[in-house]
Design a protein around this ligand. Structure first.
Ligand SMILES: Cc1cc2nc3c(=O)[nH]c(=O)nc-3n(C[C@H](O)[C@H](O)[C@H](O)COP(=O)(O)OP(=O)(O)OC[C@H]3O[C@@H](n4cnc5c(N)ncnc54)[C@H](O)[C@@H]3O)c2cc1C
Length: 562
C-alpha cells in the first residue's frame, strides 16, 4: 500500500489549530507564508511518496552490514539519501548564513514526520545531522562552524551523537571516555561508545561524531563532561576530507527493527577531537542536540502511526470476512481505525504545537514561549512515540494473521517504531523530566497552558457544548492534579510521572481536536472519538498520580520476583 503524504492535515493544523500565522508574523520567519509552506510540504511529500517509501521494505530485508570495517547500506539508500540532500532537506531549519533554509521547526517537524513515515531507518541519518548542526550553531567556535556547517547542511557529511557507553545509558553522568589535551589545542579521545546510530555510512564523504568525554581534571557525574567533535576524516582548512582519524566501527548490532540503519559500536583510540563549547559544559551543549532530536523522535512516532493507519484502512476496505462486506463494516475494526486516526491527529498536533513554541521562543526571545517549548518537548517525544507503537500494534491487529506475516509491512512498522520509546531518553526519563525539571517553576508554565485550554473550552461551549464541557472538566482535573504534584516529594512525583504525562497528552489532544471541530464541522466525528472515548482515560491516569510511590515500594524486589 503506497504512502500518501498527509498534506491536508498539515495545512489544517498549521492554519487553524497550532497557529503558524504567529510564527510567520515574526521577522525571523516572515518567509513562512502559507503559500511557501504549502509549496515546501508538497515538494517534500512528493519525495517521500515517490523516492523514500519504496526503500522501506528493501531496507528491512537487506540490513546494513559491516564488511572489513566498512559499513554497507541497503540497496537504494545512497540514491534516496542523495535526493534528501539535494532537496536541501538536511539543512531545512539551519542558518541561511551557512547554506540552510532557515525554516521554522513547525515546517521541519512536518517534513521529518513524512520522511519517518516513508522510511524511518534512512530518515535517522538526516535527523541526527540536523541535531548536530543546531548544536554546532549554538556552541562551536567560529572556525569549526565555518569548516563543518556548510558540509553538514548540504548533506555531504553526516553527524552522529555519541553518548551511550555500556555502563552509561540513561545515566549519562557515568560516561568514561577520556579526552587528553594535545599541544596543538585539540584533544585525543579514547573510549568505546555503543548503539551509535549511523555510526558510519558508505554515502557520506565524512561522518562527524559529537562525543561526550571527560577531561583529566573533570569532576565525577554530569558536571565533568565535555563535548568533542571527532570527524572520521580529518579535514584540511578548505574542508577537504584528509587522513583517516583513529575512530572505527567495531561491530553493528542485530536489532528487532530499523534494519536499514547501522547501529554501531564505536572505538576511539586517541582520535583527534575538537572541543565544542566550554570545558565541562558538554551536557548543556549536547542538550541542544537532544532537545532537537527529542521533538524529531516524537515526529518519528507520528509518521509511523500515519503510515500504519493508512495501510490498515486500505486493508480493511479490501478484506472480506464475516457478513456481506469488508471488515471495515465491523464495529470493532471501525473502532480500531477511528482510534488510530484520532491518536495520530492528537500526537501530530502536540508535536506541531511544540515546534511552534520553539519557533516563537527563538523568534521573540520571550521566556514564556521558551518555557512552553520546554514543557511540551517531553510530551511530544513520549506521547508521539507511544502513539507510534500503539497505532502500529493496532495496525497489525486490523490485518489479522497477515499482519504477523512480513509481506504486508504492518509488522515492520511495529518493529521499527518500538525503539523510539527507548532512544533519545526513554519515555520514563521524559516523564521524569516533565514532573521534575519542567515543574521547577512551581508548575507556572503548565498552569498557563491549562488556563488557555480552559478559556478555549469556555468559548467552544457556545457551539460544541457537549465536547467543550468534557474538555473543560478534564483540564480542571489535570490542573488539580498538577497542584498536588508540585507539592509532592520527588519520589512520589516520579512514581506517577508516566501516567501524568499521558493524562497531560490526553487533555492536549482533546483540546486540539475540539479546536479542529470548532474550525471545521467535518472534523467533529473524529473529535468526538478523541473526547468521548479516549479523554475519559485521564481520570484513571490521574488516580495513579495521587497514589505516590509508597504502594509501589510496599512490594519488595523479592515479591516481584516471586
Ligand atoms: C537502535 C538504537 C539506537 C540508538 N542510537 C543512539 C545514538 O545514536 N547515540 C547514543 O548515544 N545512544 C543511542 N542509543 C542508546 C539509547 O539512547 C539508550 O539505549 C537509552 O538511553 C537507554 O539506555 P540503556 O539502554 O542503557 O537503558 P537503561 O538506562 O539501563 O534503562 C533500562 C530501564 O531503566 C529505566 N531507568 C534507567 N534509569 C532510570 C532512572 N533514573 N529512573 C527511572 N527509570 C530509569 C529506563 O527508563 C529503562 O526502562 C540507541 C539505542 C538503540 C537501541
Amino acid at each position: 500500500m503506497p504512502y500518501r503524504a498527509p498534506l491536508a492535515d498539515y495545512r489544517f493544523l498549521l492554519g487553524h489549530v497550532v497557529g503558524l500565522d504567529q510564527v510567520a508574523a515574526t521577522d525571523r520567519f516572515a518567509e513562512a507564508t502559507p503559500e511557501t509552506v504549502e509549496a515546501i510540504l508538497t515538494e517534500a511529500g512528493k519525495l517521500c511518496e515517490e523516492v523514500l517509501a519504496p526503500l522501506q521494505r528493501p531496507g528491512d530485508m537487506h540490513p546494513a552490514r559491516l564488511e572489513n570495517g566498512v559499513v554497507r547500506t541497503p540497496p537504494g539508500y545512497a540514491e534516496g539519501y542523495r535526493a534528501i540532500a539535494e532537496g536541501g532537506w538536511v539543512g531545512i531549519a539551519a542558518d541561511p548564513a551557512h547554506g540552510g533554509m532557515g525554516l521554522p521547526m513547525a515546517v521541519t517537524t512536518a517534513v521529518n514526520e513524512m520522511m519517518s513515515a516513508a522510511c524511518l531507518s534512512l530518515q535517522l541519518n538526516p535527523l541526527l545531522t540536523q541535531g548536530q548542526i543546531e548544536a554546532l550553531e549554538h556552541h562551536a567556535s567560529d572556525e569549526l562552524k565555518a569548516l563543518y556547517l556548510p558540509k553538514l547542511i548540504s548533506g555531504e557529511w553526516s553527524g552522529t551523537m555519541n553518548l551511550t557507553e555500556p555502563q552509561a545509558g540513561s545515566d549519562v553522568g557515568a560516561v568514561r571516555t577520556r579526552a587528553e589535551p594535545l599541544p596543538d589545542g585539540t584533544h585525543a579521545i579514547t573510549g568505546q561508545k555503543i548503539y551509535i546510530t549511523w555510526g558510519d555510512t558508505d554515502f557520506n564523504a565524512n561522518v562527524c561524531h559529537l562525543v561526550l568525554a571527560r577531561l583529566p581534571d573533570a569532576e565525577p557525574g554530569t558536571r565533568g563532561i565535555s563535548l568533542f567533535l571527532v570527524p572520521k576524516f580529518l579535514p584540511d582548512a578548505d574542508g577537504n576530507p584528509g587522513p583517516r582519524n583513529a575512530v572505527s566501527v567495531v561491530s553493528l548490532e542485530e536489532k528487532l527493527g530499523l534494519h536499514g540503519s547501522p547501529t554501531a559500536v564505536m572505538d576511539y583510540a586517541e582520535a583527534k577531537g575538537w572541543l565544542v563549547g566550554a570545558p565541562h559544559k558538554g551536557m548543556a551543549a549536547m542538550f541542544t542536540m537532544m532537545n532537537n532530536a527529542r521533538l524529531g523522535v516524537g515526529a518519528q512516532g507520528v509518521g509511523v502511526a500515519e503510515a500504519a493507519t493508512q495501510a490498515a484502512v486500505a486493508y480493511a476496505m479490501e478484506r472480506r470476512q464475516g457478513g456481506q462486506g469488508t471488515i471495515i463494516g465491523h464495529a470493532d475494526v471501525r473502532r480500531m481505525l477511528a482510534v488510530m486516526r484520532a491518536e495520530t491527529f492528537s500526537a501530530r498536533a502536540i508535536a506541531l504545537a511544540c515546534a511552534v513554541a520553539i519557533d516563537m521562543g527563538r523568534a521573540t526571545g520571550q521566556a514564556e514561549w521558551q518555557a512552553r517549548a520546554a514543557l511540551l518537548t517531553p510530551i511530544a517525544k513520549a506521547y508521539g512515540t507511544d502513539v507510534g507503537i500503539e497505532v502500529a500494534s493496532m495496525g497489525v491487529q486490523v490485518h489479522g494473521g497477515t499482519g504477523f506475516i512480513e509481506g504486508t509491512g504492518a509488522a515492520q512498522f511495529l518493529r521499527d517504531v518500538r525503539v523510539t520509546a527507548i532512544y533519545e531518553g526513554t519515555n520514563g526519563i521524559q516523564a521524569m523530566d516533565l514532573v521534575g525539571r519542567k515543574m521547577m517553576d512551581g508548575g507556572e508554565a503548565a498552569f498557563r497552558l491549562l488556563q488557555e485550554i480552559e478559556d478555549a473550552a469556555e468559548t467552544a461551549r457556545h457551539t460544541r457544548p457537549e465536547l467543550a464541557n468534557d474538555v473543560w472538566a478534564a483540564t480542571e482535573a489535570l490542573r488539580e492534579a498538577t497542584e498536588l504534584l508540585v507539592g509532592q516529594e520527588m519520589q512520589d512525583r516520579f512514581a506517577g510521572a508516566v501516567p501524568y504525562l499521558r493524562a497531560f497528552a490526553r487533555v492536549l489532544g482533546a483540546h486540539y481536536h475540539l479546536t479542529a471541530a470548532v474550525a471545521d464541522p467535518a472534523r467533529e466525528p473524529l473529535a468526538r472519538v478523541a473526547i468521548r472515548r479516549l479523554l475519559p482515560e485521564h481520570a484513571a491516569l490521574l488516580a495513579q498520580v495521587r497514589e505516590g510511590a509508597a504502594g509501589l515500594y510496599a512490594l519488595s524486589p523479592e515479591d516481584l520476583a516471586a
